[in-house]
Each structure stands twice: as C-alpha cells, then as structure tokens.
Design a protein around this ligand. Structure first.
Ligand SMILES: Nc1ncnc2c1ncn2[C@@H]1O[C@H](COP(=O)(O)OP(=O)(O)O)[C@@H](O)[C@H]1O
Ligand SMILES: [Mg+2]
Length: 305
C-alpha cells in the first residue's frame, strides 16, 4: 500500500490505506462486482453521445456540502453559455438553487412541491434565470410534500412524469438532489438517465460514494434500467496530502469502471462569494481554475448533446 506525498513521491502509509481497504476497498469488492455488469467503459461514450435527444442528469451525493448545488449552477451555466438549452430542477427543499441565483426561495409561490402534488405543470413554475438557462425552483414546502408522498401510488415516478411536460424544450435537464437517500433522491434517480457524483476528497465522502454506487445499482435494477453513471467529479480539492490520497485511491478503485473527471474543481473562496452575490462563477471569477474545470466538463457533455 502506498500514498502520494506532497512532493509527488510514493511513501508508505500506515494510516489511510488500512482504513481504505477495510471500508472502501472491501465494500468495493461488491460494488465493482455490480459495476462489472453495469458500467462498462463504453457506457460513458454512450451517455456522452446523445445525437439530439434530451439528457436528464441527476447530480447526487447524499453528503451535504459535496458541491452538488454549486455543480448544478455552474455546469448548467457553462452548458447554457455553449448555446444549449438547459433546465435546472431543484429537488432539495433547502431551495439553494434559487438562492444561488439571488432568488429568495422561501418567497416563491410557484415551486416544485405544487408540481409533484399535481396542482401545477412543470412549465408553470419555470423561471428563466439566464439566457438558455431555466430553473424549476423548490423551497421548504417540498419536504412537507415528500412526507405526504409516502402514501401515494407510484410515489417514485412523480418527478419523471412531471419532466415529460417540459422535456421537448431543452437539450439537457440537470436535477440537483438533496443531501439524503430519501424519496426525493429516489424520484431524481428514477427520472434521470445519468448520474454525476460530485465528491469532496475526504475520507468520509469517499466512503459515502461507495454506498451511493450501491444505491444507484439498486435503483437501476429495481426502478430505472436505463440509469447510468456519468462519473465522479472531484470538487473542493485542496492542497493537503489527504485530499490527494483520497483522489488517487478513488481513481484506482474505480479505474475502467466509473470515470473520474479531470481536472478536479479546486477549493476557492470565489465559489462561496459567487453564491452570496447570486452569480455564477463565470460572472464572478471566470478566470479561476475551478471555473475552467466546469467549462471543460460542460464542453465534454455539450459535445454529445
Ligand atoms: N470549489 C469550491 N471551493 C470552495 N467552496 C466551494 C466549492 N464548491 C462549493 N463550495 C461551497 O461549499 C458549500 C457547499 O456547497 P454546495 O454546492 O451547497 O454543496 P451541496 O449542494 O452538495 O450541499 C457552499 O458554501 C459552496 O459555496
Ligand atoms: Mg445543495
């Protein structure tokens, strides 16, 4: 077992690797077994070669703070700048997508809970936030609705059915998931054809990604046979040895099975400032490396749309 030191040379680690083997490494024996069936490398290409068909992409990680919303905003904005029509859908009752565009989520009268409850159609709640970039916002009412959905027929299909009313207007629909594996995430994974997993490079998040891969496989078998993993996007990467170890280990474990997008999005306070200002990173700090990472990913995805 080895780790990469700050200077780039290989040194022995007696701390991270045994833990990794015991948790990620061990559980990945199972995960990789699933993924052998599920995610041949060629599937990345399939996903990225759409030939004009709308792509529904869920951005999911049950851990809060893993940059799901930041990725939804900035990936969506970057794809919109490339001239594709993008719809962002917020399935997190925290309403951060609206807040990220400077809209107070709590004050929204038309939001996703009304759509999932059958009271409005999706187009009726959509707000255009930038050229080519639309938003179906949410707020706290979605968590009340989630509780009431449990008793309903086909509760996991509500979002999928709602999206059907808007699909023709977009090249890509990006669904921002909540930090949980509850019914709202199940709805997102049921509606999506593809999942992007933002991952902060720390140990607990890495373990959580192993669990999420298992859940995605379960979803694929039980609910949504066309669900595929687009890849993992390392985010908030800092200069610590630990972060680099986690990134290298993740790449090694998932090699040839789940794509780990590069470059990673570096940690930068500019992302926090951008949200506070209601701006995308391309409006606030377009020249930082993290903005470039989102532009690269956007280009890779948009090329296939
Ligand atoms: N690359 C980054 N560098 C620094 N801060 C970031 C970065 N990406 C996201 N953040 C910040 O981290 C926090 C959590 O990000 P967020 O996108 O809300 O995560 P999630 O939606 O997964 O809970 C927010 O304050 C956000 O501004
Ligand atoms: Mg979020």
């Amino acid at each position: 077992m080895s780790r990469i030191s700050g200077k780039g040379d290989i040194v022995n680690s007696d701390r991270l690797q045994p833990l990794v083997s015991a948790h990620l490494g061990h559980s990945n024996v199972q995960i990789l077994k699933h993924l052998d069936v599920l995610t041949a490398v060629s599937q990345f290409n399939t996903i990225l070669c759409r030939g004009g068909v709308v792509l529904t992409l869920a951005i999911s990680n049950q851990k809060g703070g893993s940059a799901k919303t930041t990725t939804a905003i900035n990936l969506g904005a970057a794809i919109a700048i490339l001239g594709k029509r993008v719809l962002l859908v917020d399935t997190d009752p925290q309403g951060h997508l609206a807040e990220g565009f400077g809209l107070p989520a709590g004050a929204l009268e038309r939001e996703l809970s009304l759509v999932l409850d059958g009271k409005l159609s999706l187009p009726e709640i959509i707000i255009t936030v930038r050229p080519n970039l639309d938003l179906a916002p949410s707020n706290i009412k979605l968590s009340y609705l989630e509780a009431s959905l449990f008793a309903r027929h086909r509760r996991e299909d509500k979002l999928k059915n709602a999206l059907a009313a808007a699909k023709n207007n977009y090249d890509i629909i990006i669904i921002d998931c909540p930090p949980s594996l509850g019914l709202l995430t199940v709805n997102a994974l049921s509606a999506a054809e593809s999942v992007l997993i933002p991952m902060v490079c720390d140990f607990y998040t890495m373990l959580g990604v192993g669990l999420l891969l298992e859940v995605i496989e379960e979803m694929r078998v039980e609910l949504n046979p066309s669900l595929r993993i687009l890849g993992i996007l390392p985010t908030r990467l800092n200069r610590t040895i630990h972060a680099r170890e986690v990134l290298e280990r993740t790449k090694l474990e998932l090699k040839d099975r789940v794509k780990v997008f590069e470059p990673a999005v570096n940690e930068s306070v500019r992302f926090k400032e951008a949200v506070a200002a209601g701006k995308t990173i391309f409006e606030h700090a377009p020249d930082i490396k993290g903005a470039e990472a989102y532009r690269n990913l956007a280009k890779e995805i948009a090329d296939g749309l």
